[in-house]
Structure formats: C-alpha cells, structure tokens
Write a protein that binds this ligand. Structure first.
Ligand code: IYR
Length: 222
C-alpha cells in the first residue's frame, strides 16, 4: 500500500460574517429560480458552457475519490432521435400500465405524458452513467464505493452549474434505460443514471404550479 501524500490547502476562501450571510442568501435566491423545464428551444448553446459545467461536476466529492461516473454529451441529431424513439417506447409502456396507479397519481401535478419531443429539440442531452466498478485493462475489477451518492452529488453540481450559466435542465429517467448503453456504446457494467436535458426554455415555456416544502418541514435541530 502506498503512503498518503499531503500538500498545504491554499484554496480556502473565508468571508466576513455579513458578506458570508449575503452570499448564502443570494445563492439560495438564485437556486430558487431554477425550475425543471419540459419545453426546450432548439437554439444553439455554446459547447464551452457544457464543458465548463462538466468540469464543475467533475470536482464533486466521491467515495474513496473513485469518481464513478461517465458523461456522454449528445448533440448529434440522429443520436438524439434514436434516444427519443427508444425512450418514448419505454414511456408508453410506463404510462399505459407499468406504472402503479399510486405512481401516476403522484405524477399528475406535473402533467407529464409519454411524448418526449425535447429529447430531440434540446441542443444537448448529457447522459450520466454510474460505474459500480472500474474495469482494468487486464480484466480485474476495481470496486467503487457509494456510487449512487457520488453520481447524485456530481449530477447536482452539474445542474447547478448549468443553471448558474443561464441554461435550463430536465432530469429525465425513462425506465428502464438500458437502451442507452447500446445507443451510446457504453460498457455493460455501466448503469445509466439520468439523461440531463440542457438548453434554453422556449419563450412560452410553462411550468407546473408546485411548491417546495418549507424548511420547518425538512430541517430539525438538536
Ligand atoms: N419517466 C416518466 C415519468 C416520470 C417519473 C417521475 I418519479 C418524475 O418525477 C417525472 C416523470 C416521464 O419522464 O414522463
């Protein structure tokens, strides 16, 4: 086993209490502006913005720093079309019987259905894969830890980065998503985690009237 190596931590930045409060409050207000959108414009998005946002996501903490994720950036119209066709097939099965009545009832306020035009319209689909282990060139498996937690955190950073850059996103999870391995040529052991649809909302985009829980319901202190 290799001995750990350490270096001085110089990146930390501290703020006076008042400024710290302001920054935290401002950030919360900015994040409160984020809405999941389902009407995307086809307007082009600079690829550099997607890459910088992925760079932010790649900074996320992960179990044993294994970084158990892979991101496929899809902008090719033909590939987006294939993803839409395959996803809508799964979604139709979901809405026409696979989903329990309880699940459909929970979804009702969102007004969703099996049609997913945005999978073709939006300029970018970022498909996030989770890796339960890394396959070494010699065939050995290097186990990853806290995979869902790690990939979830990285995806959260990605959504935040895209939002701060002025883009809208949709976390889309057709179920099952196995077709993504085939269409995007990813190895069998990788698990599709989410399709992150990214772009500008249309000018007439509408969002459901739903609310976040008040902090008093979700936070307690001891
Ligand atoms: N995947 C379906 C259904 C769906 C499920 C959940 I949980 C959502 O929060 C939203 C939708 C769809 O995309 O329509």
């Amino acid at each position: 086993m290799e001995a750990p190596q350490f270096t001085p931590f110089t990146g930390h930045r501290e703020y006076p209490a008042e400024e710290m409060q302001q920054r935290a409050t401002d950030f919360a207000a900015t994040m409160r502006q984020r809405r999941t959108v389902r009407q995307f414009s086809s307007r082009a998005v600079p690829r550099g913005v997607i890459e910088a946002s992925l760079d932010a996501a790649a900074s996320a903490p992960s179990g044993a720093n294994m970084q158990p994720w892979h991101f496929v950036v899809v902008s090719d119209a033909g590939v987006k079309r294939k993803i839409r066709v395959a996803a809508e097939q799964e979604e139709r099965a979901f809405y026409e019987g696979r989903a329990s009545p309880e699940w459909l009832e929970a979804l009702a306020p969102l007004g969703t259905d099996a049609d997913k035009p945005y999978l073709e319209t939006a300029p970018y689909l970022i498909v996030v894969f989770a890796q339960p282990y890394r396959l070494e060139p010699d065939g050995r498996r290097l186990k990853h830890y806290y995979v869902s937690e790690s990939v979830g955190i990285a995806t959260g950073v990605l959504i935040t980065a895209l939002h701060l850059a002025g883009l809208a996103t949709l976390t889309h999870t057709p179920s099952p998503m196995g077709f993504l391995n085939t269409l995007l040529d990813r190895p069998d052991h990788e698990r599709p985690f989410v399709i992150l649809v990214a772009g500008y909302p249309t000018n007439d985009a509408r969002v459901p009237v739903i609310a976040k829980k008040p902090l008093s319901d979700i936070v307690s202190s001891v």
